[in-house]
Design a protein around this ligand. Sequence first.
Ligand SMILES: [Zn+2]
Ligand SMILES: [Zn+2]
Length: 266
Amino acid sequence: MISDFHMHSKFSGDSEADPNEIISTAISRGMNCICFTDHLDLDYPEPDCDFDLDVDSYYDNINILRENYSDRLDIRIGIETGLEPHLAKRLDEKINRHDFDFIIGSSHIVNGMDPYYKSFFDTRTNKEAYTEYFTSILECLETCHNFDVYGHLDYVIRYTPYKDQKFYYSDYSDMIDEILKRLITSGKGIEINTGGYAAGLNAPNPSPDIIRRYRELGGEIITVGSDAHTTDRIGADFDKAEAVLKECGFKYYTVFKNRKPQFIPL
Ligand SMILES: [Zn+2]
Ligand SMILES: [Zn+2]
């Protein structure tokens, strides 16, 4: 089975999942490689959520599991960092403390708010919200460079309360193309994140149109992640992700070791 390169455990502020159970689930589902990517979101604005990962404790704990399970599963250690333009230096200090295999850079906060909360859409139409979101990614790309793939590139559409208004890549193609070109020329990739299926989109994040466009523009690096926060979601909907990747022209998907891409045939 395709390796899951986006998953959260109890080291994330929004997950209770036991890493040992995640590992046994991955093995039982036929995976031979996984990567933990717990949350590191500095300056997260919601007071009840603590996403300031203790990177030392996290790395040491997962590293012990990596050794303990080395004959059964290839465990890699990553982080999902929440990008904001002003955080680049502080993220560097945290990330560079250890030899992480893989860093996902994600936009969770747009101008001080997380679109995960419906209140984001109280004062914005979908068009305004999406434009603001993609603009913020372009701003992050100016300063934040310490990541390997951009996470769930259209995260904002996952949480809109107006899901009946279909999202069309073509309405935002100028901004999205610019994002994709900048990622490609800087040697970075994107992910296909099956959390969109769990959120009722009937599609991954980003949308297949964006994944297809990334391939057309020459993008090759694409990891596959469930964004699981509970063990039951490990590898969820990966059959659908594989079909989308093939439809979009990919013959390989990507995993990372020591921050270097490795390409695995689909
Ligand atoms: Zn995320
Ligand atoms: Zn995540």
